[in-house]
Design a protein around this ligand. Structure first.
Ligand SMILES: [Zn+2]
Ligand SMILES: [Zn+2]
Length: 221
């Protein structure tokens, strides 16, 4: 049987852009619309403020001019169910705007885990063609990109759009605003450096968004 080739939009780690630049990146402080005054998200389970993981830039919606940004937060406590899109131990926020400012995290007491990561990196989206093996083309694409560039596979920090490569069964969250199945926007790996990586249990996170209604994420291992 002939195996089909498909193009995967890999996210490859690169040097972190300036924090003020409207760019997809992991680490650093989040950007929010200049006029916004949101409250830093707290974990619904342990009530502690969550750590900012990173942000993904999305193009404006059809007929709109405002850029969209999805901000990802996750609780650092081992005891909270951070994998679940609905438990409140992680949060994806979609914010829209055309003028941005840096969102300073709140001050926390000595015992709290840092609200910002110790690592920061940008992402470059690379279109890479690969042959799907038994599953989808994402894993083969990740491996062949790493092989072709003679670097570790973890330098590929995910993919944008395309098809999610599920580690468990498919799990598309519903939009809390309109009830429709949310669109898949990114799959995110734990990061290019083991010591500073995000904790997805060794697996991947999956990010979804519905227009400017809402965003959600979950992880699987
Ligand atoms: Zn928690
Ligand atoms: Zn919706």
């Amino acid at each position: 049987m002939e195996k089909k080739k498909s193009t995967v939009h890999l996210m490859v780690a690169k040097e972190a852009p300036q924090e003020t630049a409207l760019a997809s990146r992991f680490g650093g402080r989040p950007l929010i619309p200049r006029a916004a005054t949101p409250v830093w998200p707290c974990c619904r389970e342990c009530k502690e403020p969550m750590q900012f993981l990173g942000q993904l830039v999305l193009a404006p919606e059809k007929g709109e001019r405002l850029d969209r940004l999805v901000l990802l937060f996750m609780c650092s406590a081992d005891t909270c169910e951070t994998w679940d899109a609905e438990q409140g131990a992680n949060k994806a926020m979609v914010v829209v705007g055309n003028s941005w400012k840096i969102w300073e995290p709140p001050q926390v007491g000595g015992s709290g885990t840092p609200l910002l990561r110790s690592d920061a990196y940008g992402v470059e989206v690379v279109d890479w063609e690969a042959q799907a093996g038994d599953g989808d083309a994402y894993d083969p694409a990740r491996q062949s990109w790493a092989d072709a560039h003679k670097v570790a596979r973890r330098k590929v920090v995910g993919q944008m759009f395309g098809q999610p490569s599920w580690l468990q069964s498919a799990d598309h969250p519903e939009c809390p605003t309109c009830g429709k199945e949310m669109a898949f926007i990114a799959q995110v790996e734990e990061g290019p450096r083991y010591e500073t990586s995000m904790n997805f249990g060794g697996g991947s996170a999956y990010v979804f968004c519905c227009g400017s209604h809402a965003a959600k994420f979950l992880w699987q291992q």
